[in-house]
Design a protein. Sequence first.
Lengths: 82, 82
Amino acid sequence: MFKATVFVTLRESVLDPQGSAVRGSLHTLGFDEVGEVRIGKYMQLEIDLNDRAAAEERVKEMCEKLLANTVIEDYRYELQEV
Amino acid sequence: MFKATVFVTLRESVLDPQGSAVRGSLHTLGFDEVGEVRIGKYMQLEIDLNDRAAAEERVKEMCEKLLANTVIEDYRYELQEV
């Protein structure tokens, strides 16, 4: 069994309105040292497979098909045996 | 200058309906090996400070005040000098 951690982030060239809003709120609260803010997703999935290569392949497929929108998002993942 | 990476996750005891929905969709797509799915946020912030201890202190304050809802969420962060 593996625990997969998937990070999905907007591509560099894509505007991040949610990040801009958070930055604005941080400035309003007095955190003027904050520059660019980018917001992404962080997903933890239990994968009930015993072979690491198979698990990697399946997680990649999940990212491509559902977890990330690869037109505007990048993804990366880590697998940890549990 | 530092780059702060903040991870915000729902506490273990809190239900994650978004995670359950993603799990359901993955099963529908044939990924039956997927067990529990938990979804969190992943934020990258530029911090325009030169002192690491000061930057840590400020990021912690941002998490407590705005980035995480500490009633239902946990957070952790990493600082990288850039």
